[in-house]
Design a binder for this molecule. Structure first.
Ligand SMILES: Nc1nc2c(ncn2[C@@H]2O[C@H](COP(=O)(O)OP(=O)(O)OP(=O)(O)O)[C@@H](O)[C@H]2O)c(=O)[nH]1
Ligand SMILES: [Zn+2]
Length: 202
């Protein structure tokens, strides 16, 4: 795995000015970005979101999942404190890719849940590899994270790689009638921690 820094630029957004750092991942032929705001290199843990690419949710306004609202909420929370980082990892469809995710959605349209659909396609429930994160953190001199996530397996996977996570910050938002079953499956089969049935913006 070789992740190398390429360039940084400004990225103005509705939540303020971020700096966008681009990285090339030669082993997967992928391009990742990290959005940062404020001074992130001090010892103080960095408010962070490790966000897995979801073209449908992040860019196409899909209501099948909660990814788009989660991304926007993370940018909003970071803008409030004026300091943080969003690692936007190109792990579409929990690592199976966009076209396989569409196949999985088709199976879900026919009654499977999100885990069963992956399994029917011959994949594990979650195929993500977070090892790309550490070289990006090292390049940016980010030492420890306050991680916005509901997924304890993500926290464990990062900690097992040596990423210091000082706090997990619940990140519930974007529930709607189209993703209610999906969120229940994430809670029941993937261990996601949802505090109640309503959005709990924190
Ligand atoms: N294979 C598959 N991937 C999905 C599906 N719905 C969303 N995804 C992908 O799931 C990834 C996001 O993972 P989630 O399980 O929603 O959440 P998480 O990142 O593990 O946890 P949080 O940090 O709490 O958001 C993105 O890459 C989405 O493209 C689905 O039905 N099938
Ligand atoms: Zn999504």
């Amino acid at each position: 795995m070789t992740v190398t820094f390429v360039e940084s630029s400004k990225l103005p957004t509705p939540w303020g000015m971020f700096v966008m750092h681009g990285f090339a991942d030669s082993s997967l032929d992928k391009e990742h970005v990290v959005l940062t705001m404020g001074e992130i290199t001090s010892d103080e843990p960095v408010l962070a979101r490790v966000h897995s690419e979801c073209l449908t949710g992040d860019a196409l306004f899909s209501m099948r999942c909660d990814c788009g609202p989660q991304l926007q909420a993370a940018m909003h929370k970071i803008s409030i404190v004026g300091r943080g980082a969003i690692f936007y990892l190109r792990q579409e469809g929990r690592g199976i890719g966009l076209l396989n995710k569409i196949k999985a959605y088709h199976l879900q349209d026919c009654g499977a849940d999100t885990v069963e659909a992956n399994e029917q396609l011959g994949f594990g429930a979650d195929m993500r590899d977070y090892s790309i994160l550490k070289p990006m953190m090292d390049h940016l001199n980010i030492e420890s994270l306050k991680l916005m996530t509901n997924n304890p397996r993500k926290v464990k996977a990062l900690e097992d790689m040596g990423v210091a996570i000082v706090e997990r910050i619940p990140h519930q938002t974007g529930r709607n009638p189209h993703n209610a079953k999906y969120l229940e499956t994430k809670k029941g089969k993937l261990g996601h921690l949802f505090e109640d049935d309503n959005d709990a913006q924190s």
